[in-house]
Design a protein around this ligand. Sequence first.
Ligand SMILES: Cc1cc2nc3c(=O)[nH]c(=O)nc-3n(C[C@H](O)[C@H](O)[C@H](O)COP(=O)(O)O)c2cc1C
Length: 184
Amino acid sequence: MTAQRQTKSDPGTIDSMTFRNACGAFATGVTVITTRMDDHDHGMTANAFMSISLDPPLIAVSIAKTARILPLMQAAQRFAVSVLAAGHEDLAMHFAGRPRDDIGDPLRDLDGLPVVRTASAVFAANVDQTVDAGDHVIIVGRVSALETDPDRRPLTFHKGCFGRLNEETPPMLEPGWLLEGNHW
Ligand SMILES: Cc1cc2nc3c(=O)[nH]c(=O)nc-3n(C[C@H](O)[C@H](O)[C@H](O)COP(=O)(O)O)c2cc1C
């Protein structure tokens, strides 16, 4: 790919596609954000997920203002995040506006919220803060419950493509490092 450069300081001059391509260089995992309103479950695929704070346990997601899940999350004041695993490409597309009839019943309950059954980690959260951010809204949630499945490998997203990790370096830190007040 040809290198792309945008160096103008006026943010209005940054071309959206160039900006999007640059952000796509940051490899992420893939999640499904879910919520429940009036017994109706709704989910949306998102890679804009991050862990925010250990104490208290906070997570954040960034949701497009046009996304159907946003008013549901704001009304419910609760949401869940399911971290997708390798092999979940179909699920990721199902919850990204390409619904599939053969997807079955991919959701189960965690603390009164729907989560993906076969996810590698699931978090249930109560909305703690909502931040207006351009064409998105950042929602910070305080985690009320979580479960992990350590045997699952991650689904990745990089430059618009799903992928898998094929190589991991050995742990660089001894387990006690985290407990000594070093955050991540
Ligand atoms: C890999 C991937 C990551 C995505 N990440 C986000 C995200 O972080 N935030 C967001 O608002 N939409 C994200 N989307 C787009 C939504 O999943 C998509 O627009 C969805 O159709 C919106 O739901 P709705 O059609 O019910 O409104 C992502 C899509 C994919 C495939």
